[in-house]
Design a protein around this ligand. Structure first.
Ligand code: BTN
Length: 324
């Protein structure tokens, strides 16, 4: 009912409680109660005895109503579950996926108490200033192909940010979103699988949006940044999430239909890793050299100082010296 009342208020400039009640077949008191609920969660709705209710402004919270409003995707974000505080959206989405939740279900929180990054690292998740969500995927892929999912999501996240904010975000292989040399977003891919099939993937996205640098200082090495730090302006988090869901649906469908090779050229135009001298650790082997390319599987190709070319499937990249 809350959703229907909100929709009606958004459609009409001014509308009386009686008229809303008539359209939705509920009493004026029920309308009034719901409007008060909406006010409590941050919607600005004015009321006057002569003209009735006037919708003034949306909430800043990433409620299901906000994310779904005007969203034109077929699958991604069709179901949205919002929390104020959670331990980690990954855990909740994982549990929902185990219980059969559909592909495209989005679990989003204002704050995480135990937000995590790759390799169990902490992901700082401050209230109402960042974006923290997990998306359930059920692709018909082999478990070995899961390393391509963060690359697919990286394309979508980079495109989504660039569409909303005038900033040149880039992808650092495999799963970091950077502005210059500083990290603004990260992608975490977790899966449940059998030997030959994926049961589900939980794709986690964290993005530093409206937090000031003073709050980012808690992040190790001062290597992180936020969109507001880089462009000086507050960005609508709901618009960013919608933009990601749209871009991800397009990119993911192309990937499922035509493979990573169909996205490779685009990934290359958005990345900052090819052409850089790097050290890769934490994967199957440690290697240092010049990144010369990625292959059709999304693996990194590195030319070592002895000219031998190594192929990296997974690992942590650190830049040695200047970016290309
Ligand atoms: C990384 O850069 O290592 C990945 C960071 C991913 C963070 C997101 S925030 C939403 C989701 N829930 C988590 O606990 N982690 C991911």
């Amino acid at each position: 009912m809350r959703e229907l009342i909100l929709e009606t208020l958004r459609q009409e400039k001014h509308i009386s409680g009686q008229e809303i009640g008539k359209r939705l077949r509920i009493s004026r008191t029920a309308v009034w109660k719901n409007v008060n609920e909406l006010r409590k969660i941050g919607y600005q709705i004015e009321s006057s005895p002569k003209i009735g209710y006037t919708f003034i402004k949306s909430t800043n919270l990433l409620l299901s109503e906000e994310i779904k409003f005007g969203l034109d995707t077929q699958i991604m974000g069709k179901k949205v579950v919002h929390y104020n505080t959670v331990s980690s959206t990954q855990d909740i989405a994982g549990e929902m996926a185990r219980c059969g939740a559909e592909e495209g279900t989005l679990v989003i929180a204002e704050m995480q108490e135990k937000g995590r990054g790759r390799k169990g690292r902490n992901w700082v998740s401050l209230s109402e200033s960042g974006i923290y969500f997990s998306l359930i995927l059920r692709p018909n892929l082999l478990p070995s192909q899961v390393t391509q999912i963060p690359l697919v999501a990286g394309i979508a996240l980079t495109r989504a940010i660039r569409k909303i904010v005038p900033l040149r975000t880039t992808i650092k292989w495999p799963n970091d979103i950077l502005i210059g040399k500083k990290k603004v977003g990260g992608i975490l891919t977790e899966m449940s699988s059998e030997i030959d099939r994926i049961n589900f993937i939980v794709l986690g996205i964290g993005l530093n949006v409206n937090m000031p640098a003073s709050l980012l200082r808690g992040v190790p090495n001062g290597t992180a940044t936020s969109l507001i730090e880089e462009c000086g302006e507050h960005t609508s988090r709901a618009k960013l999430v919608q933009s990601f869901l749209r871009e991800f649906e397009l990119t993911y469908n192309k990937y499922l239909n035509s493979g990573f090779s169909s996205l490779k050229d685009e990934w290359k135009t958005l990345n900052n890793t090819i052409g850089a001298r790097v050290k890769v650790s934490g994967g199957e082997k440690e290697i240092e050299g010049m990144v010369i390319d990625i292959n059709d599987n999304g693996f990194l190709l590195i030319k070592k100082d002895d000219s031998e070319v190594g192929m990296i499937v997974t690992g942590d990249v650190s830049f040695c010296g200047r970016l290309p």
